[in-house]
Design a protein around this ligand. Sequence first.
Ligand code: ADP
Length: 588
Amino acid sequence: MKKILGLLLTLSLLLMLVPTALMEALPEQTLFTPGTYTVEKQGFGGPITVTVTVSENLIESVEITGASETPGLGAVAVDLLGQRIVDAQTPNVDGVSGATVSSNAIIAAATEALESAGADIALLDEFRLDKAGDGEAERKQEEITTGIVIVGAGGAGMTAAIMAKQAGVDFVILEKMPYVGGNTTKATGGMNAAETHYQAEQNIADSVAQFAADTMAGGHNLNNPDLVQTLAANSAEAINWLDSIGAELPKVSFSGGATNARIHAPADGSGVGGYLVEKFSDKMKELGIEVMLNTKATSLILEDGRVTGVLAEGENTDYVIHAKAVILASGGFGANEDMYTQYRPDLKGTVTTNAPGATGDGIVMALEAGAALVDIEQIQLHPTVEQTTSMLITESVRGDGAILVNQKGERFINEMETRDVVSAAELEQEGQYAYIIFDQHLRDNLKATEKYVKNGLTVQADTIEELAEKLNIDPATLAKTLGDWNGFVEAKNDPQFGRTTGMNDALVTPPYYAIQIAPGIHHTMGGVKIDTTAHVINEAGEPIPGLFAAGEVTGGVHGGNRLGGNAVADIVVFGRIAAQSAIEYIGK
Ligand code: ADP
């Protein structure tokens, strides 16, 4: 009995002590909205709950409970990580080696909880306290020789790593964050693929040619047609490969910009990114692939015009990694404001929905090695991002009938226009923001809205006039806007802005809700130039020997606008191709 109790016992840790010396190193500005924030994530054996208590500029305590984690692995993570987070004053701490799933769950939950508290995680990293006082002299030097170095353990990097392992090639994979997954974890939709066995089984007619045509049209024809053809032509095979590693995506449906039902998602409707990262992690564990976490590649080693490795920085060690080939899978630069404002000064101050590791390191390293860049200024904004938390308000809220109004209380756009058009319209409004307005009926039918209410993002009122007052909008104007809109819904005709979808239900059921939103940076479409073999191309149009790239670090696949479902297709298709090309290049 005692044993069972022991096993089931909720492991919990409450840490109250922050060294006073370290407190002095804290930034002076307010970092958090004081309070207690709880987020639950799936761990290895069951749910893990992380409760973070913050004051204005201090992570006071982190309490973690996870009853079902594997003793000796996940349970260790449950025990250790709360302390590490308090010590470092950032959620970006080392995971526990071998307990990747539990560590990732804890770090992700702590990150989300702190984001709910209004934290800017990049700023916390800048001030991380466990590094304060680190002696420069302490660092060790290590030299490694291998076949391939993969930089980044997001979707593209993990795909390439599994491929390399399956081919029996010697390689290392580096990840600068203490957890794997990158932006891939955040992908909510699915993966576009055409002529798949799932489509055939579900009698869905589709073609590689139509997939390619849709992708070109969605990208305003700025895309590289050869890369698009490669993406589409290899997508069904990529689905088969995912099947083979236990990452099935059987649920096929329509998504924006696609002529046919083509987006493939997990059976239970869960977010594709989190699902794939979990499946990739499981497979990597099974194959014995160790990711070098907290290890940042800083530059490429070039010898006679060939890339022959990378320099990297671990927590206490500087690495020189000699390799016959390098695969850059380090993602985009949507979390690096300095970098995106360099290419797009107009985006200064825009919040980002990106994972903190999306800082464009791979692009900078490739540039130094002579790589050409394509479409680097093409950055996708998502129009409905709550600005204090960077939380993305899913497109389904508009799809289910919400409208957008400006500070005057007036609609200003067809809310169902593409992301770029709606974002641009918001930026033309006074204050460069808008409110998304919905009612109780919509809330009852869309589970995603609970998260917004629970996190305090919504303003709520029993009448439209009262809602207007709370938002400092003229009540009569907002009431007229809603009245007009509900008439348009009834008539199935929006003479004002020509909206034709998301008009099934009028907004008539109190209470009414509003969330203040503005555009947020979502995806960087441009990046390193590659050919259809994922070989990186230099300014002269020649492949750079030894250098390959896949995923968001590259440009050309998505052109001027990425379709939902194509980021995941990109990482799996080109992650596989990059691995195959690198393996071929090194002659195994
Ligand atoms: P993709 O979708 O292209 O795979 P992700 O954003 O999912 O891109 O993954 C990229 C990963 O690369 C992230 O986990 C990020 O933290 C990591 N990364 C970025 N820069 C470096 C670097 N310099 N060294 C090691 N890892 C890096």
